[in-house]
Design a protein around this ligand. Structure first.
Ligand code: AKG
Ligand code: FE2
Length: 340
């Protein structure tokens, strides 16, 4: 398979290479889209904390997703961060590669495809830049230095997303009756940021920017470029497109949070479709635990009437399954949520 960045060879005037054509039953052209339904929008600017918590829990139970507005991260910082990532993906390929090859251990990487499943049946129409982004600043020496201002802007953005993520997790803990500090420490110690670039695609009905998947981690906070729909969430046998709201973040529960809550909150399946007119950029901030963290249903959600549905495992094991077993990984680990 061709491992070259999609943005370096894609061409709107020729057909999609066969390695990028997905099997018929997975193609966007053949799936049911539900444009009537929307994922919930939660206003963090409201003062009724109990109301916000109720909305978060019910969205996480029913959709595994919500959008958040008035979250406290400035529009200026959001725009500057999206712009710096857009500029990164527009740099000459040699520069993109050299700016992401500083760590001999490969913590900072630029890749195409899912970067995830060894068992991918077809490739994905996207390029991604990924690196760790702990608030301590560790790993920053491996981040790109170009475009100018990258470290300063992305450093500030990921600091603020860390604060927002902890706030959301605190509200979730309160809503579920978990210790308010449950997610502090190892469970949130290894955040990662990924800048996705989905170039325009000549045949969007045949391709995918990302296949149907659950995120393996605790929580993901996604910024979508305005004006272009690409992300879809699977619910009740159909795909719900996630309409970008200027300045809003899309929040989704990961499979780890599904396990911790013994299946009460769902790590919903989602995917990304392509379009034939415009490049789409998104920024995914993943709240990840340490590899050694034990992932299991929290003691307080287990009882004789609600026995554990999932066996304990380390996050390392969970991630290994995610990387190596493909989309079926959640089912093999005991997930009973119907997949697409
Ligand atoms: O770019 C998007 O819209 C979604 C990306 C995503 O699902 C992921 O990075 O796990
Ligand atoms: Fe995802």
């Amino acid at each position: 398979m061709n491992n070259e960045l999609v943005s370096t060879w894609c061409n709107l005037n020729s057909s999609v290479p066969s390695s990028y054509v997905h099997p018929e039953d997975k193609r966007p052209a053949n799936s049911i889209i539900n444009t009537e339904e929307k994922i919930p929008v939660i206003d963090f600017g409201g003062h009724d904390r109990a109301h916000i918590i109720r909305n978060i829990i019910s969205s996480a139970e029913n959709y595994g997703f919500f959008q958040v507005i008035n979250h406290g991260v400035s529009k200026e910082l959001i725009d500057n961060t999206l712009n710096i990532f857009k500029e990164f993906h527009a740099m000459p390929v040699d520069e993109r590669v050299s700016e992401t090859s500083k760590d001999p251990n490969g913590s900072c990487k630029l890749y195409t495809g899912s970067g995830r499943y060894c068992s991918d049946v077809a490739r994905y129409w996207k390029d991604s830049l990924q690196h760790p982004c702990p608030p301590s600043g560790e790993f920053m020496q491996y981040w790109p230095e170009k475009p100018l201002g990258y470290r300063e802007i992305v450093g500030k953005y990921t600091q603020e997303l860390s604060t927002l993520g902890l706030k959301i997790l605190e509200l979730i803990s309160e809503g579920l009756g978990l210790d308010p500090e449950y997610f502090n420490g190892d469970f949130t110690a290894k955040p990662v940021v990924i800048s996705h670039h989905y170039p325009p695609c000549p045949e969007p009905g045949l391709t995918l920017g990302a296949s149907s998947h659950k995120d393996p981690n605790i929580l993901t906070i996604l910024l979508q470029q305005e004006g272009i729909i690409g992300l879809q969430v699977f619910k009740d046998g159909a795909w719900i497109p996630v309409q970008p709201i200027p300045g809003a973040f899309v929040v989704n529960m990961g499979f780890m949070l599904q396990i911790i809550t013994n299946g009460r909150l769902i790590g919903a399946l989602h995917r990304v479709v392509t379009n034939s007119t415009t490049s789409r950029h998104t920024i995914a901030y993943f709240i990840n635990p340490t590899e050694e963290s034990i992932v299991e249903p929290a003691k307080s959600v287990i009882s004789s009437t609600s026995p554990p549905k999932y066996r304990p495992m380390t996050f390392g094991e969970l991630k290994w399954n995610f990387m190596n077993k493909g989309p079926s990984f959640a089912a093999e680990l005991g997930d009973d949520i119907k997949s697409s």
